[in-house]
Design a protein around this ligand. Structure first.
Ligand SMILES: C[S@@+](CC[C@H](N)C(=O)[O-])C[C@H]1O[C@@H](n2cnc3c(N)ncnc32)[C@H](O)[C@@H]1O
Length: 268
């Protein structure tokens, strides 16, 4: 079994980057949720989530998927787990239990579930291979584990545009600051198979990156929040980041942006 601890990163998501109390953090998460929720919920529905099910939404963020599981899919109970649950206060109640917990805590035992979903969480955490194991261990018989995380299909012929250099600086800064690593994401189907899950499959979406769209706003806000870390990589200066940010809002924008891979499997 391989592990994926990113050497050298002492920081943590929510502490050293993306502080939850930042006035624009909930809006940043919601901008991505707006883009990815239809893809996520389509897959969760296809996996048969519905009435009578007990679901765990891991790293629930602002709770859009947790709320969908209850209100649209008709799940019986949803546990929305996050290290920071302030943004979940507004959606709690009526079958939605908010659990403030750290997923990396080995003593964490939130119960047993028919669906466990984690989106854009594992990529930010140390020891993610071990976490996949623990998540799989919390499945009821027949239950599904669904993991969604970022993927990049960079234009290998572009090493110099401000967009490319800023995106590269972002992945480097995320890795060195808080240990974010998307290299494991293509291995998620294998990880799920190694956990003994069946019906393992995966898919990738790269939603259109168009000027002024929620996705462009998400990247623009992410870069803006990371400006000191981006320039500290030495790959970009402030002018390059400003140029790349303006490009995200320009009619000339023409990029295959990062997307999301989703992998899932079912316990016997
Ligand atoms: C990028 S956001 C994704 C939010 C949500 N899953 C979505 O896709 O809209 C990452 C979330 O994971 C949470 N998180 C980060 N580290 C965590 C940890 N160690 N344990 C639990 N939650 C964590 C953050 O607080 C944040 O809400």
């Amino acid at each position: 079994m391989t592990d994926s601890r990113s050497a050298g990163a002492a920081g943590r998501y929510g502490e050293d980057l993306f502080a939850p109390e930042h006035p624009r953090e909930a809006g940043r998460i919601d901008a991505a949720a707006l883009v990815y929720d239809p893809l996520t919920t389509h897959r969760l529905r296809a996996l048969g989530v519905g009435p009578g099910h007990r679901c765990l939404e891991v790293g629930a963020g602002t709770g859009t998927v947790a709320r969908w599981l209850l209100d649209e899919a008709g799940a019986e109970e949803v546990v929305a787990l996050d290290r920071d649950t302030d943004a979940l206060a507004a959606v709690a109640g009526r079958g939605l239990r908010v659990l403030r917990a750290d997923l990396t805590d080995e003593d964490l035992r939130p119960g047993a579930f028919d669906l466990i979903h984690a989106r854009f969480v594992l990529m930010h955490l140390p020891g993610r291979r071990r976490i996949v194991s623990r998540l799989a261990g919390w499945l009821n018989p027949g239950g599904a584990l669904v993991l969604g995380d970022a993927v990049e299909l960079p234009d290998a012929r572009d090493a110099s545009s401000p967009y490319r250099r800023t995106m590269d600086a972002m992945w480097r800064a995320l890795r060195t600051t808080i240990g974010t690593d998307i290299c494991d994401v293509p291995a998620y189907p294998r990880f799920l198979r190694e956990e003994g899950l069946r019906e393992v499959a995966a898919e990738v979406f790269c939603p259109p990156l168009t000027a002024g769209s929620p996705l462009a706003r998400f990247w623009s806000e992410t870069w803006s929040r990371m400006r000191p870390e981006l320039t500290a990589t030495g790959l970009v200066d402030a002018d390059t980041v400003a140029e790349a940010t303006a490009y995200l809002d320009s009619p000339g924008l023409a990029e295959l942006g990062p997307g999301m891979a989703m992998a899932w499997g079912r316990r016997d």
